[in-house]
Design a protein around this ligand. Structure first.
Ligand code: SF4
Length: 364
């Protein structure tokens, strides 16, 4: 039987005998396996045979060995934007989901093959060294920069390596950012203390059209509830906020559903971010997702070159959502992702640098 996830598993030289590779192969029985020298071989083949090369790249799995340093400072800081102290680790590149607004469509257009690094033991060694060498520094580390952190957890079991590692260090927190409902592997782990699982959410009407292949909003909230009940810390990203006719009612219902799933004292934070994109992405989105409603409103370039809704519209959206959340709970921290100082000031009345809670606010 062929896995519905992947058409082929490609093994780069040197990965065949790694324990992680063996685990992955045992979880994908029946999927053809091929040896390759590099991802270029697969990309060249896809370019010859496919019209949607990026989409086709999501259906190939390349197991590779990562040879550099895994831990990076969050690259999210752009001129004029507010970002926070955050680190990223990329164990997977590309994603099985296909959100219309996903920046990977442009960012990975030249190397779209879904790639997973099969040497997580090297990551463990690196992180242990860094965490030990800097006992007074806090490390907030996310794995969801270039993928969904949990969508492939059944097949690529990274959490069983990462979660125990982070639980050994009081100066480290792991954030798993997802739209998935694949939480059973997490629930099977004994300790949840240094892990935040965070869900990106949109109202069902947006998710159904713009977030192809993802579990429903309801399924994500059910997964969040399970993780909360198992003792995990929970975060939510209402991001990207997409303005559409009736957005206020749709987001109000989403906020209601969110608090029905997880009570305020179980929520670490809720982040807000409006739809944004770099110039090159618009053409790709229109080509790959002709049915999208993302461009029904006007967008203008900001200081960092990214296009966004006009500032008054963004400010109104943030203000409205913030009030909806604060009506449910004054205690839940709300922050704005990748926003300018002016917008922060307009919505919150102060700059983020003056906010005592800034150290718990971070963005990806
Ligand atoms: S879940 Fe995230 S990484 Fe995956 S397609 Fe959607 S936006 Fe991209």
């Amino acid at each position: 039987m062929t896995s519905p996830l992947f058409e082929t598993i490609f093994l780069e030289e040197g990965t065949e005998r790694l324990p992680f590779t063996q685990k992955v192969l045992s979880r994908l029985p029946g999927v053809p396996v091929e040896r390759v020298d590099s991802s270029a071989d697969i990309e060249e083949r896809l370019a010859r045979t496919q019209t949607d090369v990026f989409g086709a790249g999501k259906r190939q799995l390349l197991l590779s060995r990562f040879r550099g340093e895994f831990l990076k400072k969050c690259p999210g800081i752009s001129p004029g934007m507010v970002c926070c102290n955050y680190y990223v680790v990329n164990l997977i590149k590309n994603c099985i989901y296909d959100c219309s607004y996903c920046f990977l469509q442009d960012f990975l257009k030249n190397n779209p093959v879904l790639t997973a690094f099969a040497n997580p033991e090297d990551l463990v060694t690196e992180l242990e060294t860094v965490f030990r060498e800097h006992p007074n520094r806090s490390f907030r580390v996310g794995t969801g920069e270039l993928t969904d952190s949990l969508a492939l957890e059944d097949v690529l079991p990274y959490s069983e390596v990462l979660v125990p590692l982070f639980n050994r260090y009081s100066n480290a927190v792991l954030e798993l950012k997802t739209k998935s409902d694949c939480v059973d592997p997490l629930l099977a782990l004994p300790d949840a203390k240094n892990v935040i699982v965070s869900w990106s959410l949109n109202p069902p009407v947006v998710a159904e059209l713009e977030e192809k292949g993802t579990p429903s909003t309801h399924a994500r909230l059910t997964a969040a509830k399970k993780c909360f009940e198992a003792g995990f810390k929970i975060g939510f990203h209402l991001d990207p906020i997409i303005l559409h006719p009736g957005w206020e009612q749709a987001y109000q219902k989403l906020v209601d559903d969110l608090f029905s799933a997880v009570p305020p004292d179980g929520i670490e934070w809720i982040s807000l971010g409006s739809f944004r994109y770099r110039r090159g992405l618009k053409t790709v989105i229109k080509e790959r997702h002709p049915e999208t409603r993302l461009f029904h409103a006007e967008h203008v370039p900001a200081e960092d070159g990214k296009f966004r809704y006009l500032r008054p519209l963004r400010q109104e959206a943030y203000d409205t959502l913030r009030k909806m959340i604060q009506k449910k709970s004054e205690a839940v921290s709300v922050y704005m992702c990748m926003e300018s100082k002016e917008v922060w000031e307009g919505v919150t009345g102060h700059t983020p640098r003056a906010d005592k809670k800034l150290d718990v606010f971070f963005d990806l």
